[in-house]
Write a protein that binds this ligand. Structure first.
Ligand SMILES: [Zn+2]
Length: 261
């Protein structure tokens, strides 16, 4: 699942391909916007907000997309035929580049002045220019009885963490994912570590939290169910988390039962 670092990098690639140029291709393959045509408009920029992408175009419009579970944007030179691939939800292109949006979970166009409808609920963005650690901690602490693993995934508290970073920061801080937020002595350190990990990975394709980029060595606990903990040798445990709350992107979590208390 794409997390904040991947989305940040995707925004930069889209920005490099589209910003400052007039759209010559605009193909929305979602029913609600099937007749929307942005050709003739210049793209101003693409920015990320947490796991959301905002592509702003002249005339005060914003294309809001979200990768959700399996989405991706691919950039290629312009001029080729447009693929008929049913996974493509949106194509935006100019004279030199085409951006193909595959399996996007959200595709919508809205007035730029109304972007808050799409991203206004988000907490501070871990990779945003306006990152605010104190505000993120304040939001986490506002619900002290909540399991910390669940609270870190809630994008209204802080934006950008998915299951990989949630699992890894809790391991690195020695915290059981089911501990309540209120029982944690130093949530500032937890949040700051999450920001450091995302920041360290935002310029590269891999997500590495161990410092070791070798295949199979990248993470401490994420994706390693039943494997020995790299610190203590205990079998890494795994569980489905948080009872089907769709807004939390109900996913599996990983932890070491001995290192995380
Ligand atoms: Zn361990």
């Amino acid at each position: 699942m794409p997390e904040g670092d991947t989305v940040w990098r995707t925004a930069r690639r889209l920005d490099e391909a589209l910003a400052g140029q007039v759209l010559t291709c605009s193909d929305f393959r979602v029913p609600r916007f099937a007749t929307t045509d942005l050709t003739g408009r210049a793209v101003t920029e693409t920015v990320s907000r947490g796991k959301h992408l905002l592509t702003r175009v002249d005339g005060g419009l914003t294309v809001h997309t979200h990768l959700r579970m399996d989405g991706s944007w691919r950039i290629r030179p312009a001029g080729g035929y447009l693929p008929r691939d049913h996974r493509i939800r949106l194509v935006l292109g100019n004279e030199s580049r085409q951006a193909l949006g595959y399996q996007l979970g959200v595709v919508e166009v809205l007035p730029t002045r109304s972007e808050a409808r799409a991203v206004g609920h988000l907490g501070p963005d871990l990779l945003g220019p306006d990152w605010d650690e104190a505000e993120a901690v304040r939001r986490l602490r506002a619900d002290p009885d909540r399991p910390v693993g669940e609270a870190l995934l809630d994008q209204r508290n802080l934006a950008g963490i998915g299951n990989l970073y949630k699992s890894e920061v809790l391991f690195l801080r020695g915290l059981d994912p089911w501990r309540t937020v209120g029982s944690i002595d130093d949530p500032e350190a937890l949040v700051e570590l999450a920001r450091k990990l995302l920041d360290a990975n935002k310029d590269r394709a891999g997500q590495i939290t161990t410092g070791n980029p070798a295949r199979g060595q990248e993470t401490w606990v994420y994706g390693r169910p039943g494997r020995p903990c790299r610190r203590c040798g205990s079998a890494i445990r795994t569980a489905r988390a948080y009872g089907g709350r769709a807004d939390l992107e109900d996913r599996v979590t990983f932890w070491c039962p001995r290192c995380q208390l």
